[in-house]
Design a protein around this ligand. Structure first.
Ligand SMILES: *Cc1c(COP(=O)(O)O)cnc(C)c1O
Length: 404
């Protein structure tokens, strides 16, 4: 558990002003010479947990490789940071993102595996994307024209993925048109098809029909002599629900972070995933509130008997779920404390009638230490779904650990 501070990637540590504080309310780590004091929330990531999960997910999928979906800043946990970790896993076939600039950011940080852009790209970034060998999705007639134009302007080979809509109705070439478009790509010497993919819906019977459509199309490709490249279909839910969805690789997002897409899924006992992250914040205020006092704009929490209340500098604007005030806990030391109020940038927790908690102590809002604060435990307590709590702001600093 002892952490090596040299492992931290922590960018916003700036000078601390000297101020006077009353010594009876401050923790030992506050303003000491050896221990830095952080006044804002941060996220800790475990390399070992990510590498374990990549391996477990591949096991779940019968040994197939994993295309890691790191869209939405890896669900708020740091897409570049997570990509750098997963770049070292033998089970990871590549990364998948939705925003063009994130792929460039990953390459700039040394990520070497294939990066699939599942979304559109800005014209300004087109050449950089080709230079950095980002795989561009063709997801419509218009996007085909864009890629063909780009091919005419560059000397480089462009890696292309055929994104097929087999029924999600959101993105991709309608499956009836996919073979024709793929043939056009295949005859362009500057374009190489390296992946063909689609996304499954959750209802099993329809997902099965989608798989059938996908297989019909990829068979048509074969008949016409068009390569498919790596074929993949399955987000986390299908991966756990439908072995026929595996194809040549699986394409999960949320499972990588150690969270199942729904509570109590069957595989969750069979394939032990590790929670990969902690959301932490220091205690910045400890006060005794008196009977009759209230907390929050709406006076949401009423003090019945004198009660110590801690304030954490993290709130829903940072991505902490505001539902936490309806039953979640945070861990301070080895004790869980109920969350009683979540505002945009502050959260309050009840410390009870007596407490040893001090300013400078560190609270873990999400983490692997106790079932109540794991992402799934948290979601259960606040009756949210498992994806809700990971909308953390990109500006929250990330600290990378070898292991927790
Ligand atoms: C989000 C997404 C995934 C991963 O979804 P999870 O439920 O997080 O596993 C896979 N494929 C596509 C196209 C997606 O948009």
């Amino acid at each position: 558990m002892k952490q090596d501070r040299r492992q931290f990637i922590y960018r916003s540590l700036t000078g601390l002003a000297a101020i006077t504080v009353s010594p009876h309310v401050i923790g030992h780590s506050l303003f000491s010479k050896t221990e830095p004091y952080f006044s804002k929330p941060w996220i800790e990531l475990s390399k070992a947990a990510y590498l374990n999960n990549a391996s477990q997910i591949s096991k779940m999928a019968g040994g197939k490789p994993v295309v890691a979906v790191l869209k939405n800043n890896a669900y708020g946990l740091g897409d570049v940071q997570v990509a750098k970790i997963l770049d070292n896993s033998p089970h990871i076939a590549g990364m998948a993102i939705v925003k063009d600039d994130r792929g460039i950011a990953m390459r700039n940080e040394g990520v070497s595996k294939p990066i699939l852009l599942m979304g559109d790209f800005d014209s300004e970034l087109a050449n950089a994307l080709v230079d950095k060998e980002i795989t561009l999705s063709v997801f419509s007639q218009a996007s085909l024209q864009k890629v063909i134009t780009l091919a005419m302007e560059t000397n480089k080979q462009i890696e292309v993925a055929i994104y097929v809509d087999t029924g999600l109705g959101r993105m991709g070439i309608p499956y009836q048109e996919a073979t024709g478009i793929a043939q056009e790509i295949a005859k362009n010497g500057k374009l190489s098809i390296t992946q063909t993919f689609s996304t499954l819906t959750t209802p099993k019977d329809f997902a099965e029909l989608q798989i059938q459509r996908f297989e019909n199309i990829t068979n048509e490709f074969k008949e016409k002599g068009v390569p498919t490249g790596l074929k993949h279909l399955a987000p986390s839910y299908s991966l756990l629900d439908l072995p026929e969805s595996y194809q040549e690789a699986v394409r999960p997002g949320i499972l990588l972070h150690g969270t199942f897409p729904e509570a109590k899924m069957e595989a969750s006992s069979q394939f032990p995933l590790e929670v990969t992250y902690r959301l932490k914040a220091p205690v910045i205020r400890v006060e005794k509130l008196r009977a009759g006092d209230t907390i929050g704009f709406s006076r949401f929490y009423k003090i019945e008997k004198d009660e110590w209340i801690a304030t954490l500098p993290v709130g829903w604007a940072d991505g902490y779920n505001s539902g936490a005030e309806n039953g979640a806990f945070v861990l301070i030391g080895d004790k869980l404390h109920p969350v009683v109020n979540v505002n945009a940038s502050h959260t309050n927790v009840s410390l009870g009638a007596k407490t040893t908690v001090k300013v400078g102590d560190v609270a873990t809002l999400i983490g692997p230490e106790k079932s109540e604060i794991t992402p799934e435990g948290f979601a259960e307590l606040v009756e949210g779904h498992n994806y809700l709590q990971i909308n953390y702001k990109e500006s929250i600093p990330k600290k990378i650990y070898e292991t927790f």
